[in-house]
Design a protein around this ligand. Sequence first.
Ligand code: BT5
Length: 250
Amino acid sequence: MSPIIWRIEHFDEIDSTNTWLAQRALEGAPEGLVAVADFQSAGRGRLDRRWESPPGASLLCSILLRPNVAPDQLQLVVACVALAARAALVRLSGVRPALKWPNDLIVGDAKIAGLLAEIVAVDERLAVVVGIGVNLTHEGPANVVSTSVRAESGVTITPPALLDILLDELEARRASLDSSDGQATLRDEYQRALVTLGRLVRVERTNDVLVGLATSVDEFGQLIVVVNGEEVAVTVGDVVHVRVPEGEQS
Ligand code: BT5
């Protein structure tokens, strides 16, 4: 794969970088277009939730990728960007967040970053907009268990500095999405970074609630949860870590 040419569009203020970039993707923008904003007036989480951050306190960006994956492998694309963000944070601050399936970076129990991946088009290749918000100097809403890079490390990273290294780390992983060998390597890195594995989890799905032991991630990036001895592949749903089994480190 030839190197990705990143093209960064910066906004002082926007409703949502994901919304803007999805529109550009529909118009045929190439892979590598990135939207970054100092402030979002309508930052989005999943399921119509909000992502909140005061101006300049977070990295708020969205990245357009056109990987050679099937729509049901979207979670692998999320993993690719989440791992890049994690590696970038390690390089710049020493903070090593764990990944929580499906879309959080956490330190202890506190959320430090969240991702929102949206499939915009399914043509020859998927057009996927992956948005990420990383709390740099603001610790997130008061009613949420959340933290920031500065609170965890004392290091103040600026949004452009993190974006630069995040894109560098993403470039190192991006080609993995296009081949089954690469996807397997990515899945290994994902499983090592996922604090969810080995945990008893409660999965709130649209129509039911599952409680079981999260054991692995399958080739689609789905979470495998053992419920009453049966393996269940979880595709959607919010995962709550219930407790750490005896003898396990958190
Ligand atoms: C997410 O959703 O975690 C996805 C967040 C994606 C945000 C980025 S910013 C750039 C791009 N453009 C967008 O419009 N969005 C993306 P979810 O798992 O649904 O979590 C949302 C929940 O996280 C909220 O309901 C709050 O409880 C919590 N939350 C909101 N703001 C937060 C913050 N700054 N830090 C930590 N938690 C927060």
